[in-house]
Design a protein around this ligand. Structure first.
Ligand code: SAM
Length: 280
């Protein structure tokens, strides 16, 4: 059994996220726009140099979400997400929209319009749809362990006409073998701290990337934020496993075989841990 946050604790978390977005993200983004602050970049992030992407495949073969036929040992960790598929977006949008605005801006130079991209822990699919606009000749495949999220994501993408998307129910640590070597980029948005086995997830994602492919984790990161926010996250965030510092991300990525590991700060407390699969 895992600890499950109470509805009261989850309510506190949502209010805190909205307040943090309004009182920290917003002023910071204005200061950044005015050139008054510069986000921190550390380590050795890969240089943006996108090659021609792998193009469409899964969106043409999976017109319906591909669901798991067997239960996963981690299903209990996503029970709350499973229930919240249709309403999740309304709670997190004020927080995740400005963060993802910054992330898309930072990732765009790495992306070719034919890229085949995976969103690992895609939730209700909002970022999948958004990223799919950057790859009109490619596609974005959202994977998530929670069936409720996968179904909600597919319905939303389909209703809005995002044809270059596909959705697969999977544990990020046990991705389908047919994904091996089939992606130009894998990203995750606010999902990495829910992965029950970050080492297995990183290795599985490494296997899914083509040589030279990019892995980008958008999540909490700097040590000051990880230390100060972990107790409240453990109390209030359903299925929370743990944040990583930029240094811990570098170790995780290097152990899986990635190189050019670095941290691109986005807004206070959050950034992109990024790395590249070796070319050969
Ligand atoms: C906080 S939500 C983030 C959703 C979305 N990426 C966003 O930014 O709105 C975390 C997501 O990770 C998924 N998740 C948690 N553990 C997972 C696992 N082991 N494999 C795949 N998805 C997982 C959850 O079901 C949930 O949808």
């Amino acid at each position: 059994m895992s600890y499950q946050a109470s509805p009261f604790a989850q309510g506190v978390l949502v209010q805190m996220m909205h307040a943090y977005s309004a009182y920290v993200f917003s002023p910071y983004r204005i200061a950044k726009e005015l050139g008054l602050v510069t986000p921190n970049i550390s380590g050795q992030p890969p240089k943006p140099n996108p090659r021609k992407g792998l193009g469409k495949y899964f969106s043409q073969h999976y017109k319906r979400p591909l669901m798991m036929t067997q239960a996963s040992q981690h299903d209990h960790l996503v029970e709350e997400f499973d229930r919240m598929g249709e309403i999740y977006d309304a709670y997190v949008r004020p927080f995740s929209t400005p963060l993802m605005d910054e992330a898309v801006h930072a990732l765009e130079p790495y992306i070719d319009r034919r890229f085949r991209i995976m969103d690992a822990g895609c939730g209700c699919g909002r970022e999948v749809c958004r990223m799919s606009r950057l790859v009109p000749e490619g596609e974005v495949v959202g994977i998530d362990l929670a069936a409720g999220m996968v179904n909600a994501a597919q319905r939303a993408a389909h209703a809005k006409g995002f044809d270059n998307t596909a959705f697969v129910q999977s544990d990020v640590g046990q991705l389908p073998t047919e994904f091996n070597g089939k992606f130009d980029m894998v990203y995750s948005s606010l999902a990495h701290h829910h992965y029950p086995n970050p080492g297995a997830a990183t290795q599985a994602i490494f296997n899914c990337l083509r040589p030279g492919g990019i892995y980008a984790v958008i999540d909490a990161g700097p040590e000051w934020f990880v230390k100060s926010s972990s107790p409240i996250a453990a109390w209030s965030d359903p299925g929370w496993i743990g944040f990583h510092t930029p240094k811990q991300f570098t170790d995780l990525f290097s152990n899986a075989g990635f190189e050019q590991c670095g941290w691109i700060g986005l807004v206070p407390g959050f950034g992109i841990a990024i790395a590249q699969k070796p070319d050969s």
